[in-house]
Design a protein. Structure first.
Length: 100
């Protein structure tokens, strides 16, 4: 998840939390309980969702594997997902069975 998406998600959760000035933990709870596979957050990097099993990590967010050459140049060599596949409709369907 990009910094942009993280800040946008936190700001949106804060707007939807009635007592954000009294208890910042409620913002985290809002994110945890409302950003699920059934209701993902749409950010610049695509859909973002969390589940109890993800321990605060976004479900199926792509992570580029980069190589740094001796001269400091970088190149992308692969893409990996936390669960091995990109977030898609099938992941959303699994949320009704309690997995996402």
């Amino acid at each position: 998840m990009s910094n942009y998406d993280a800040v946008k998600l936190a700001a949106e959760a804060a707007r939807n939390t009635s007592s954000v000035t009294r208890n910042l933990k409620e913002v985290a709870g809002t994110i945890k309980h409302t950003t699920t596979c059934a209701r993902p957050f749409y950010g610049a990097t695509g859909m973002i969702a969390f589940s109890p099993e993800s321990h605060g990590n976004p479900i199926n967010k792509v992570m580029p594997i980069m190589q740094i050459d001796a001269d400091g140049k970088t190149k992308q060599v692969d893409l990996v997902w936390s669960d091995g596949v990109p977030f898609n409709e099938e992941n959303r369907k699994s949320s009704s069975s309690g997995q996402g």
